[in-house]
Design a protein around this ligand. Structure first.
Ligand code: ZN
Ligand code: ZN
Length: 124
C-alpha cells in the first residue's frame, strides 16, 4: 500500500494468529500516517493529530513513557513486549517521556505536509 499523505510505502505488522475478527493496521514508513482494515469496511484513514495527541502511551518497567506506533513497537524502536499500555495519549512534554520517542516524534510531525492537516480530511 502507498501512503496517501506522502507517497512512501506503508508496512503492516505480522497480524499473528488470526483472531475471530480481523483488524490490520498499516503504518507509513516515512510520515507514520496510519490506515486500518477492519472486516469488510472501507479502509479507515485516521487524520492528522498533533504530536501530543497522536500517539498512545506505554510505560516500560523503568517507568519511562514511550509513544506506541503499532501493536508491536514504539516510536524509538523499542518493542512493546513487557510494557504497560496506559490507555491515553503520550506527550513529549510528560515528565518521564522517552527522549528518543520525543525527538523522533518531532521529526515525524514535520514530515506530514502542512496542507494535509485539515481536520476534515482522511476519515476514509
Ligand atoms: Zn506517509
Ligand atoms: Zn521510546
Amino acid at each position: 500500500m502507498t501512503c496517501d499523505i506522502c507517497g512512501h510505502r506503508m508496512a503492516t505488522d505480522d497480524p499473528g494468529p488470526s483472531p475471530a475478527w480481523r483488524m490490520v493496521w498499516w503504518v507509513c514508513e516515512w510520515c507514520f500516517a496510519t490506515a486500518v482494515e477492519w472486516e469488510d469496511e472501507p479502509l479507515g484513514r485516521p487524520r492528522y493529530e498533533p504530536t501530543d495527541s497522536r500517539w498512545a502511551l506505554a510505560t516500560d518497567p523503568s517507568g519511562r513513557a514511550h509513544a506506541i506506533v503499532t501493536g508491536a513497537r514504539c516510536l524509538c524502536g523499542a518493542a512493546l513486549d513487557g510494557m504497560e499500555p496506559a490507555g491515553h495519549s503520550w506527550s513529549p512534554a510528560a515528565a518521564r517521556a522517552c527522549p528518543d520517542c520525543a525527538a523522533f516524534a518531532q521529526v515525524v510531525d514535520a514530515r506530514w505536509p502542512l496542507d494535509k492537516r485539515d481536520r476534515r480530511s482522511r476519515l476514509g
